[in-house]
Design a protein around this ligand. Structure first.
Ligand code: ATP
Ligand code: MG
Length: 566
């Protein structure tokens, strides 16, 4: 599993094996050539980037074949599920750009039908009520190499089973007192066939059915049957369900119902990322992040808040393709996809995150003038804007050095640089405070260089960005980095767990000076801060208190790798 796919191999063979199967089915007129898929989340957490892959695959496949895709909530466990999750899942699927029209279904809508299926199995002598505890059942299951032990309740009569199951439904028994099990084969080499539990007693209200039920079907007894009820032609799921398939086939055969075709693919794993809802919930509950939509989370709402676009995620899902074997995708590929999208779309602006004041001594005291700035050199239609320039400006502290090394092309005493879209300036002197820290840099400017070039064509090596001190707006800037320092946080060393590898520097909050245009930024607006990175106005940002999240820096290690490999 440590094999990291850097997508080179998949790019060369963008064949989607699931689509090959469907092409073949259509040729053979299977299901009359129709395609009907579904995305089946359990509403027990927020969706993450792994789910996004599944969403793109299921909805994308339906689109490709002019078919349909349902949204179905697999809500069989009232103890862990909540409407908050249902709402967030709906929002995230829509945001990704997919729609299920009026086909929003719930496994809980089928509880009556699934109950009837269970009764049918009992009536055929294929299911029985068992009084063993969960622990006893587990011990009696045996091991893959050792057959299990048959339950002493296995040979109850059909009539007795029917009665007991009715009583279970009627609430006569406490949680865990009894379960309904399929009667298959305790010696099967497939552990899932060793009389699996079909129904358990849970006296907990369900977010949709209230207190109507106190017995709930197991996921394995609900999922396939729900697919069948909805006439799903291609039931696409992740690899771990491959070993469950014989059980699903057994149900369909014994119940004599429509048989969806199950196709398994490898789930998405990303470096430096955890992808289990249970672990993500832990981060939220233990307040190690600031909620499900913390921009460091791999959740769809977290990525959205971080500044990811739906297009970039869909493109990522397309590039990684679908594999039949487990693998690990380099998170740099996801980052590459969003950089590529924002490079085209995001307006470029100037922002100074670590300000140093520059005073232009020969510039008139109260003058302000506008310079013309290009909104995006990648897209002429985005036009230009005016940026005010004045006697005092801020530049990045890193763009000035008192004792520069030889190849330093930015500002230092005696050197000239170009201010982006404005003038050439030359540094004369610096002012320090009592601690010896530089607090002001004094320069002169050349009025003949407006726009960034000189009449005498003299060369300057460096171009730096700036903002006018009196016009700049202040903003809180949240510099996000990867949440984990370990490539695979799930592979913890002994005595540690995934939380041991949280990156202590995954969030740094600073104050920045932005060009005044950004005052009007609305929540969700995306920008490239020139020379720094991509930033997105946070959902809590207002004109009175601007807040920007760093989506990513400009440096794209992925693009470099790709060039090298060409
Ligand atoms: P988790 O393991 O994160 O808790 P899950 O599989 O329990 O996820 P579900 O709500 O059951 O979550 O998932 C809904 C659908 O999304 C399923 O069809 C599942 O196979 C798919 N899915 C979940 N995680 C991934 C992943 N990492 N990559 C691709 N598909 C995934
Ligand atoms: Mg699941």
């Amino acid at each position: 599993m440590n094999h990291i796919i850097n997508n080179q191999e998949e790019k060369k063979t963008p064949v989607n094996f699931i689509h090959q199967i469907i092409d073949e089915d259509i040729r053979n007129k299977k299901h009359n050539g129709t395609v009907h898929t579904r995305f089946p989340p359990e509403p027990n957490g927020y969706l993450h980037i792994g789910h996004a892959k599944s969403i793109c695959l299921n909805f994308g496949t339906a689109q490709k074949y002019n078919g349909l895709c349902n949204l179905r909530f697999d809500d069989t466990n009232p103890a862990k599920e909540d409407v908050e999750y249902v709402d967030s899942i709906r929002e995230d699927v829509h945001w990704l750009g997919f729609d299920w029209a009026n086909r929003e279904y719930y496994a809980s809508d089928y509880f009556e039908q699934i109950y009837e299926y269970a009764v049918k199995l009992i009536a055929k002598g294929k299911a029985y009520v068992c009084d063993l505890t969960a622990e006893e059942i587990s011990i009696n299951r045996g091991t893959p190499t050792k057959a299990g032990i048959e339950s002493p309740y296995r040979n109850r009569t059909i009539d007795e089973n029917i009665l007991l199951f009715q009583e279970m439904r009627a609430g006569k028994y406490k949680d865990g007192e009894k379960v309904l099990r399929a009667k298959i084969d305790m010696a099967s080499p497939n552990m899932h066939m060793r009389d699996p539990v079909l129904y358990r007693i849970i006296h907990t209200d369900h977010h949709r059915t209230g207190n109507k039920w106190c017995i709930y079907p197991m996921y394995d007894f609900a999922h396939g049957q729900s697919d069948s009820i909805e006439n799903i032609t291609h039931s696409i799921c992740t690899l771990e369900f491959e070993v469950h398939r014989p059980l699903y086939d057994w149900f369909v055969k014994e119940l004599e119902i429509f048989a969806p075709q199950q196709i398994e693919f490898a789930r998405l794993n990303l470096t430096y990322t955890i992808m289990s809802k249970r672990k993500l919930l832990q981060l939220v509950q233990e307040k190690l992040v600031k909620g499900w939509d913390d921009p460091r989370m791999p959740t769809i709402c977290g990525l959205r808040r971080r500044g990811y676009t739906p297009e970039s995620i869909r493109n990522f899902a397309e590039i990684i393709g679908v594999a039949k074997r487990d693998n690990m995708i380099d998170v740099a590929l996801l980052e590459h996809c969003i950089r590529e999208d924002l490079n085209k779309k995001a307006q470029r602006v100037m922002a100074v995150l670590n300000p140093l004041k520059v005073i232009i001594d020969n510039y008139p005291d109260n003058k302000t003038e506008d310079t013309d700035a290009i909104n995006n050199p990648e897209d002429e239609t985005m036009g230009k804007r005016k940026v005010p320039f004045g006697k005092e400006i801020f530049i990045e502290r890193e763009d000035f050095m008192e004792d520069p090394p030889k190849n330093y092309y930015r500002l230092s005493v005696g050197k000239e640089v170009r201010l982006r879209y404005a003038f050439y300036i030359k540094c004369l002197s610096v002012v320090k405070n009592s601690q010896g820290e530089i607090v002001e840099v004094h320069c002169t400017y050349d009025p003949e260089t407006k726009g960034g070039s000189s009449i005498d064509k003299r060369k300057v090596q460096g171009t730096i960005h700036w903002v006018s001190a009196k016009d700049a707006v202040d903003a809180e800037i949240r510099l996000y980095d990867r949440l984990f320092t370990k490539e695979n946080p799930d592979e913890a060393e002994e005595g540690k767990d995934f939380k041991s590898y949280l990156n202590p520097d995954s969030l740094k909050v600073i104050n920045g000076k932005l060009e005044p245009f950004l005052k009007t930024a609305m929540a969700g607006d995306k920008f490239q801060f020139e020379r720094i990175g991509y930033f997105c106005a946070d959902k809590d940002s207002t004109t009175n208190k601007l807040i920007f999240n760093r989506t990513l820096t400009l440096k794209d290690s992925w693009a470099k790798e790709e060039k090298k490999n060409k």
